[in-house]
Design a protein around this ligand. Structure first.
Ligand code: FAD
Length: 468
């Protein structure tokens, strides 16, 4: 690697550049997760357009310089703003085009989930994606994309039609079923490793604006019955219904007795996107199967309200970490481990929540797409769980990281060997090799990496090294 002289960064670059001493540097380098706030990237090139991306990437290539990519800035490992790195910042590339007739949606890589939802909802459409409005479309879509529409339409990768990208040597190429199909296969699950995507094309679906959503709260005493009952209920439930359980020490919530605040409870996050006229009956059937809750706050809402339900527990500026994986079912032994672990969380450190076990449905339409249709792996997965922590005091890092490690250890006997790259911090080389589901898929990805990024310039990610 030749040491880059950023004084020679091309003057043709139209965007802005930032070095540690520049006045706006601190603001530009700040990402959602404050745990890596001490990291000081050497040079941030904030692109104004796709030609800027080419300029920045060619600079990196000419200097044989590994570079990071900043999309929405929500990677759990802080990989979009690493210490000492050259960062290609795409956060200002925010164009969204919606074709209301075909439902095809084009989005640039600086777009956030709330922005794509707002643009598509103007036409009653939704691109299946994730659940917190300030998450980046780019990183989410290139890893998989799991959310409240997954049971109906599959993952974001299952609804991706094409990507335009800049290769690590600075060429503009397109990847779709017809053009560079092998690259397109890899981009849908391992896309952080293969090039800089400058435009996504998705197939949106009719959803909303009126849906049913909200939270249902159960006591921990009822949680085993509710969670195992939920597993059975969802196997036959409408795919328009998603119920994502969260176990956590209770924050103050409407309808929750004060005596339960800070005691571990079970919250079901419920979103029903079917005919609103059937919403009430759908929720009544759910409650009949699970039992009487402490509080039920599910009711009519808009899709935009439903898909921002989790924003309030995911604020910017805290120290955050998560580890998790797939499970085949909410069986009694699995649930017993969850309940044991949620009773041993570290003492809270600041609002709105400090520790949780969050579980998301990976069922329904997801399994209509063949395991080998894209790089993302799904075989056997019915739920994805994460031990999530958010805290403020740096001197409590060990305590909070320790909680996620203990939950992971306790769940080890039940976790599938395949996993989802996005909703967890890195779990090491062995985990990475199992992540994509089979040795054949991993080898296929290594070959793609050798072809599209042989020098491993894109290594600030859950890195697949080129095959030698
Ligand atoms: C609060 C929160 C809620 C979340 N909720 C969900 C959820 O509901 N469902 C879900 O599936 N996931 C969810 N995630 C996980 C999320 O999908 C990943 O963290 C994802 O990587 C975020 O993408 P980003 O663009 O915001 O992040 P960034 O940190 O900017 O990028 C993440 C990774 O993607 C790479 N990358 C970014 N842009 C590009 C590009 N244009 N081309 C190539 N590589 C690129 C980066 O190099 C980096 O490795 C959530 C994360 C957070 C923090």
């Amino acid at each position: 690697m030749t040491k880059p002289d950023f004084n020679n960064f091309p003057s043709s670059f139209r965007g802005s550049t930032f070095r540690p001493d520049d006045p706006d540097y601190a603001q530009v380098r700040t990402i959602w997760n404050c745990r890596t706030a001490d990291a000081t990237p050497a040079f941030i090139a904030q692109c104004a357009d796709v030609d800027d991306v080419v300029t920045a990437v060619r600079f990196a290539s000419e200097h044989n310089l590994p570079f990071a990519i900043r999309g929405g800035g929500h990677s759990m490992d802080g990989s979009s703003m690493p210490d000492g790195a050259f960062v290609v910042d795409l956060s200002l590339l925010k164009s969204i085009e919606v074709d209301p007739e075909s439902g095809k949606v084009k989005a640039e890589p600086g777009v956030l989930l709330g922005e794509i939802d707002a643009a598509t909802q103007q036409y009653g459409l939704v691109v299946p994606s994730g659940t917190v409005t300030h998450t980046g479309v780019a990183g989410l879509a290139l890893g998989g994309g799991l959310g409240f529409n997954t049971r109906r339409f599959g993952m974001t990768v299952d609804n991706m039609l094409a990507c335009d990208l800049v290769t690590v040597d600075g060429r503009k190429v397109r990847a779709s079923a017809d053009e560079n199909p092998e690259l397109f296969w890899g981009l849908r699950g391992a896309g952080h490793n293969l090039g800089v995507v400058t435009s996504f094309e998705f197939q949106a679906h009719r959803v909303g604006p009126d849906v049913y959503s909200g939270m249902i709260i159960y006591s921990l005493d009822d949680a085993e019955k509710v969670l195992t009952g939920l597993d059975a209920h969802m196997a036959a439930a409408s795919r328009a219904l998603t119920v994502d359980p969260v176990l956590l020490p209770a924050p103050p919530l409407p309808g929750l007795p004060e005596s339960l605040v800070e005691a571990p409870i079970l919250i079901l996050i419920v979103v029903y996107t079917g005919d609103p006229a059937t919403g009430e009956d759908t929720i009544a059937e759910l409650l009949a199967a699970l039992g009487t809750p402490i509080a039920n706050a599910v009711g009519p809402s808009t899709w935009l309200e439903a898909n921002s339900i989790l924003d309030s527990i995911s604020p910017h500026g805290r120290r955050n970490y998560s580890r998790g994986g797939y499970i085949a079912g909410l069986t009694q032994p699995v649930v017993a481990e969850f309940l044991e672990q949620i009773s041993q969380t570290p003492a809270p450190d600041g609002p709105p929540m400090s520790a949780a076990i969050a579980i998301q449905a990976v069922s329904g339409a997801v399994h209509e797409f063949d395991e080998d249709s894209v790089a993302f792996s799904r075989t056997g997965a019915m739920w994805l769980w994460e031990a999530l922590v958010g805290w403020d005091a740096p001197d409590r890092d060990e305590e909070f990281l320790g909680f996620t490690a203990r939950v992971l250890d306790a769940l080890k006997p039940h976790i599938l060997s395949n996993s989802y790259v996005n909703l967890t911090a890195h779990q090491g080389e062995e985990w990475l090799r199992g992540l994509y589901g089979s040795p054949e898929k991993f080898r296929r990805l290594q070959q793609l990496k050798s072809e599209w990024d042989p020098r491993n310039l894109l290594r600030f990610n859950k890195n697949i090294e080129p095959s030698r």
